[in-house]
Design a protein around this ligand. Structure first.
Ligand SMILES: [Zn+2]
Length: 461
């Protein structure tokens, strides 16, 4: 039975979707104006585990991931620069080129991590007409008022506005009164549509209500969910920084337009810091997947490192901890190899469920407790069968056999290469006695061989 921690209720709850054959999931996506860093990917790696655990529980996830290519200002409070315009200025490109470039990069990193692709990649600019009709509904239902720079959602008209994030609005109002625009009725009000003033340089623009403008950032998520999934959805996931503003505003808009809740379950993952500091450009501590690879790590070492902790805990990244994760992954690779070699010598029936797999899943069913699942793998690794390891791979996708390629064959000393070749030809001739003797000899010289349907792999042990 899968239990997840539901943010608004602040407790673990048994998960039961509207329809198990189509568990509707929405995960807030990236703003595509710069290279994604490892902190950005932490969320998608956690939600990948969520999807895989759902599958193992017999559910069929149907997930939408949005790509914010418009309207996200550098501040949550509807001020500051448009992030896409900022990227365009920085790189001397158009905003459209910036969006395309970083969407491609995000998707290729996503693939590199072997994350399950969403059923729908939803690009915000493909939903402009839908966004306009959502604003029209808000206007019709009297949730919106106009200021000189846009259309704002009147949060005082949604009495439950403060509930989701347990906000103390009165306190916030008194403390920050001086700072907020006199045109806003309440401090927490937010733009659903921004106007472009004459002479203002904003490339992405659409006519709406007789003047040029663009949608507010929060709007796209309510819009896309309405169009692609239909509210309320089963699970809405994002980072904890989204709780007080972005997700609170999504809920308010959806209620204002459709009079329904947005989601049954809300999952939030915590921050990733690097060497104890928040990941930020100004601190110069941005690390991309490429940077990890340049330092001789696999992106799967990073995945394993991340799953060593819990998605609701803050994680602090250091290269020395990544090194430890790399070694742990290597020890699992070796144990997996041994299980494959045993399976080759004495094939076992391919059991898909064992005591181990059901224990592993039940640990993950406790709010995706991957750390506890990993402790079990460590404890049992010497005894796991090849199908057990496949099950581990189904859940965590750690690509444990990644390095078992013979592409660095030429780097081995000649006598070893000759022995490997001799052993392979003996095996082809079905001279198993010689083949086995050569394999044992190679093992004493630190080379482990693995025969698979796609060829023989070797690795240093
Ligand atoms: Zn969102």
């Amino acid at each position: 039975m899968l239990k997840l921690y539901n943010t608004p209720k602040k407790q673990l709850e048994t998960f039961s979707p509207k329809t198990p054959e189509k568990v509707t999931i929405y995960t807030c996506g990236p703003t595509v104006y710069s290279a994604p860093h490892i902190g950005n990917f932490a969320a998608y790696i956690y939600w990948d585990l969520l999807l895989r655990v759902l599958k193992k529980n017999g559910f069929t996830p149907y997930r939408v991931l949005n790509l914010t290519d418009v309207g996200h200002l550098t501040s949550d409070a509807d001020s500051g620069e448009d992030k896409l315009e900022k990227g365009a200025k920085r790189e001397g490109k158009t905003v459209w080129e910036i969006a395309d470039t970083y969407i491609d990069l995000f998707k290729s990193d996503f693939k590199k991590l072997n994350l399950l692709e969403p059923e729908i990649w939803a690009r915000a600019t493909d939903y402009i007409e839908d966004s306009k009709s959502l604003v029209e509904k808000l206007i019709k239902n009297d949730f919106v008022y106009e200021t000189s720079d846009g259309l704002y959602f009147d949060t005082s008209k949604f009495p439950a506005y403060a509930d989701f994030a347990h906000l103390d609005l009165n306190h916030a109002k008194a403390g920050a009164r001086v700072k907020f625009s006199s045109e806003k009725k309440n401090l927490s009000d937010f733009a659903v549509w921004k106007f472009i003033k004459p002479g203002e340089n904003h490339t992405m623009r659409w006519d709406f209500l007789g003047r040029p403008g663009y949608p507010g950032w929060h709007l796209e998520c309510s819009t896309i969910i309405h169009k692609e999934l239909g509210e309320p959805i089963d699970i809405h996931a994002g980072g904890i920084d989204h709780i007080p503003v972005h997700h609170t505003n999504e809920i308010a808009q959806t209620f204002g337009a459709f009079k329904t809740p947005l989601a049954y379950f809300w999952l939030h993952c915590n921050f990733l810091t690097i060497n104890g500091e928040k990941v930020s450009k100004s601190l110069g501590n941005i690390l991309t997947l490429n940077d990890l690879e340049k330092n001789d790590f696999s992106v799967f070492d990073f995945k394993l490192w991340l799953y060593q902790g819990h998605y609701r805990s803050e994680r602090n990244f250091t290269f020395s901890d990544l090194e430890a994760a790399k070694n742990r992954r290597l020890s699992w690779t070796n144990a997996y190899l041994v299980s494959l070699q045993l399976a080759e010598k004495a094939p076992r029936p391919s059991i898909k469920t064992s005591e181990f797999t059901s224990d592993l899943l039940s640990r993950l069913n406790d709010d995706l407790n991957s750390a506890s699942a990993f402790a079990l793998i460590d404890e049992k690794k010497e005894t796991l069968s090849a199908p057990d390891w496949e099950y581990v791979e189904d859940l965590f996708s750690l690509n444990l056999l990644e390095n078992l390629k013979s592409d660095s064959f030429s780097s081995l000393e000649a006598s070893l290469r000759e022995k490997i070749d001799a052993r392979n030809s003996a095996r082809l001739k079905k001279d198993f006695k010689t083949a086995d003797a050569l394999r044992d000899e190679l093992l004493t010289r630190g080379i482990s061989l693995l025969d698979t349907p796609s060829g023989t792999f070797w690795q240093l042990v």
